[in-house]
Design a protein around this ligand. Structure first.
Ligand code: ZN
Length: 255
C-alpha cells in the first residue's frame, strides 16, 4: 500500500515537472550529413536538433589537423552532452585529410583558414571552404565557434595565439561577449600564464572573419596553447563550449 502510494506521488511529481519544464520531455535528435561528398575531403557534419529551433550555434574544429583538443572536445559534446533547446551544428574535422595525417595543412601549402569564402571552381581546399561557408548560410547560424590551438602562448610571443579568444571586429556585442567568456574561463585558472585574453585581430580569409564580415554571423576563435597537457586542453575546449551553451540556455543549469 505504502509502496503504491509513493509510486503515485512519483508519477504526480513527474507529470508536474513535465508541465512546468516542458523542455525536459523533448529529447534531442542527431542527424549526419557530409560536405565534400564524393571527394577525399568528405567529412561529417552533425546536426543536433530540439523542438526549439533557435538559437543555432555552429562549432568547427580540425581546420588545422594537428590541433587535437578542439576535435576531441567537439566529439565529446556530440557523444555526451544533451541540449534541451536550439540547434547545434558540429563539424569536428573540417580538413579531414589534415586531421588524419596529423598535419596543420593538407595539402601542406594551403591554409584552409585563409581561403574563405572559398571557391567552387578552385583547388580542393577552396572547394572545402566554399562548402563550409555554405553550411553556415544554409543553417542560418547565429553564432560561430572556431576551435584552434597554437604552439606558443600569446603572452610569450604575440606571433602565436595560445590562450586567447580572437574576435574580428571591435563591435560592442563581440567585445562584451568575449570578455564575459574569458572572465568565466579564467575563474578556474590559477597560473597567470595560462589565463586567456581577448584579442582583436581580424584575419581576412579566416572562417571567423568570413562568417562575421561576409555573413554577419558573430564569430569567436578559441585558441589553447599546445605547451599545456592535451587532457587539460580538451577540458578547456569543452568548458568553452559549455559556457556558451549555458549562456544561451541550451543546457540544463546543472550541466
Ligand atoms: Zn589553428
Amino acid at each position: 500500500m505504502i509502496k503504491n502510494r509513493s509510486l503515485v506521488y512519483f508519477f504526480i511529481v513527474t507529470i508536474l515537472l513535465l508541465i512546468c519544464f516542458p523542455q525536459v520531455a523533448l529529447p534531442q535528435t542527431i542527424s549526419v550529413e557530409y560536405i565534400c561528398a564524393g571527394t577525399d575531403y568528405k567529412t561529417p557534419v552533425y546536426i543536433i536538433k530540439t523542438d526549439y529551433e533557435e538559437p543555432v550555434i555552429m562549432a568547427i574544429a580540425g581546420t588545422h589537423g594537428n590541433e587535437k583538443a578542439g576535435i576531441e572536445a567537439v566529439e565529446y559534446v556530440k557523444d555526451n552532452i544533451e541540449i534541451i533547446k536550439g540547434t547545434l551544428i558540429l563539424l569536428p574535422r573540417a580538413n579531414i585529410l589534415a586531421c588524419v595525417k596529423n598535419l596543420r595543412f593538407f595539402p601542406p601549402d594551403i591554409n584552409l583558414n585563409r581561403v574563405y569564402p572559398g571557391n567552387p571552381q578552385g583547388n580542393s581546399v577552396e572547394k572545402l571552404a566554399y562548402e563550409i561557408f555554405n553550411l553556415m548560410k544554409k543553417y542560418d547560424i547565429g553564432l560561430l565557434l572556431d576551435l584552434h590551438e597554437s604552439i606558443e602562448f600569446y603572452k610569450k610571443n604575440p606571433q602565436n595565439y595560445g590562450q586567447t579568444l580572437v574576435i574580428d571586429s571591435d563591435e560592442e556585442y563581440l567585445q562584451s561577449l568575449s570578455s564575459f567568456i574569458v572572465g568565466e574561463m579564467n575563474k578556474d585558472i590559477v597560473e597567470d600564464s595560462n589565463k586567456y585574453q581577448v584579442l582583436l585581430d581580424p584575419v581576412k580569409g579566416s572562417t571567423a572573419y568570413s562568417a562575421y564580415h561576409q555573413l554577419g554571423i558573430p564569430a569567436l576563435t578559441f585558441e589553447t596553447c599546445r605547451k599545456l597537457p592535451l587532457a587539460f586542453r580538451i577540458n578547456e575546449h569543452i568548458k568553452f563550449l559549455k559556457i556558451i551553451l549555458l549562456k544561451w540556455n541550451m543546457l540544463p543549469t546543472e550541466s
